[in-house]
Design a protein around this ligand. Structure first.
Ligand SMILES: Cc1cc2nc3c(=O)[nH]c(=O)nc-3n(C[C@H](O)[C@H](O)[C@H](O)COP(=O)(O)OP(=O)(O)OC[C@H]3O[C@@H](n4cnc5c(N)ncnc54)[C@H](O)[C@@H]3O)c2cc1C
Length: 378
């Protein structure tokens, strides 16, 4: 294992202590009741995770990206619903504002997100536009100094909880992906409504739902980048946010391994702890190897991003690899726990349910294979 730096250890300890005190004691209850606990989210944002790698001029701490990955991974180990809430703010909302926003937009929208005062969201997916994001039907028509937005988005994390939404809409539908633009929409805009919360397999402590835009008047000053830049902005943003998914997935796998080691030492069958059976040892060894490899993949892409090297491919590789590891390792953990693993009073069932979506969102793992395969054959 590559040793953590002093700063990374500080972040890990800070998040862990917070989680042991405030997150772990209530996670089963919040998950069962499907509660998005705004005060807990505010407390998590208060830890400073949203500030870690942004420049100090925007209120960030100017630290390296890997510090953020370590902190996010630690949060995911205790409550991945909280981790996705943070990850969307940082990776999907701050990222496009920081990269493509004007100084005025950064002052107005990025700074409150970085400080943790505001919550962010990213709205690309629609009923008919999932993996094929160029199929977006939401339209934005320019009239004078405004764009009029009409359409609907589905499966949007932080829906109804966010203050700022990055929304993708067609300004020239006839041009396909090249006719897509990105807009900064705020929760108070007239005609913008949020549907009921989606009922999901996992991530019950986060919020996910649909958005509707009915003649929403968005000031032209809220266009992010130029007209037609939307698809590029969406894809560039996802490259970076996928590292967050890799961190979450690695956290889930690590948590499943740790819980399994502890449980198999305690659970006695045939007069001895499960850990004394060779099959248990082999399963745990396999899980540990996978977790180690996931950490290396995560480290690899974080280093690419920090060094300013292209990371589209390494991000797709890490997202796919780490999420597959999360699914495999959490499934093994459920098996090692036996019937207790299937029971929601024990943590591994939740870890497994939460792991599944890491193979699906921010581009399915098949979409990541398209990125990697496409790069090989270019
Ligand atoms: C909990 C959750 C949170 C989410 N949060 C957000 C969010 O905040 N913002 C947002 O914009 N979206 C969000 N999404 C949407 C998510 O990114 C999409 O669900 C995902 O991109 C897949 O799109 P789809 O569901 O339409 O599946 P589809 O595109 O219909 O895919 C279905 C299956 O077909 C496969 N497939 C599709 N095309 C191909 C192909 N060419 N070759 C091979 N296989 C293919 C896919 O890999 C998948 O297995 C979220 C989803 C979930 C479940």
């Amino acid at each position: 294992m590559i040793p953590l730096t002093e700063a990374q250890t500080r972040w890990q300890t800070k998040v862990r202590q917070f989680c042991l005190e405030k997150v772990e004691p209530t996670v089963i209850e919040r998950d069962k009741a499907q509660i998005f606990d705004r005060s807990l989210v505010k407390a998590v944002l208060g830890l400073g995770l949203t500030r870690i790698y942004w420049p100090t001029i925007y209120g960030g701490l100017g630290e390296e990206f890997m510090n953020y990955a370590v902190a996010l991974k630690e949060l995911a180990k205790y409550d991945d619903g909280l981790a996705i809430t943070v990850s969307v703010c940082v990776g999907l909302c701050c990222e496009p504002l920081a990269r493509f926003g004007t100084e005025t937009q950064k002052e107005r929208f990025l700074k409150p997100l970085v400080s943790g005062e505001a919550i962010g969201a990213f709205a690309l997916t629609e009923k008919e536009a999932g993996t094929d994001a160029s199929g977006v039907q939401t339209k934005a028509e320019r009239t004078g100094d405004e764009y009029i937005l009409n359409g609907e988005k589905v499966y949007i994390t932080n829906a109804g909880e966010a203050d700022v939404y990055i929304v993708f809409a067609m300004t020239r539908p006839e041009d396909g992906a090249k006719g897509m633009s990105a807009f900064i929409v705020t929760k108070d805009m007239v005609g913008f409504t949020v549907g009921p919360r989606d009922s999901m397999m996992g991530l019950h402590t986060s919020a996910c739902g649909s958005l509707r835009f009915n003649n929403v008047r968005v000031p032209a000053a809220n266009l992010l980048g130029r007209e037609g830049d939307g698809f590029k902005i969406a894809m560039t943003t996802l490259d970076s946010s996928r590292i967050g998914v890799a961190a979450q997935a690695t956290g889930l796998a690590e948590a499943a391994l740790e819980k399994s080691v502890a449980y198999t030492k305690e659970r006695v069958q045939f007069g001895k702890p499960l850990s004394k059976f060779q099959n248990t040892q082999f399963q745990l060894a396999e899980m540990a190897i996978q977790v180690e490899a996931a950490n290396l993949m995560l480290y690899n892409v974080a280093q690419d991003k920090t060094a300013g090297r292209p990371y589209t491919v390494s991000a797709s590789m890490a997202k796919k690899f780490c999420s597959d590891v999360a699914m495999e390792v959490t499934t093994k953990a459920v098996q090692l726990f036996g019937g207790y693993g299937y029971c929601e009073e024990y943590p591994v069932a939740r870890l497994m349910r939460n792991a599944k979506v890491t193979q699906i969102y921010e581009g399915t793992n098949e979409a990541q294979q398209m990125v990697v395969g496409g790069a090989l054959l270019r």
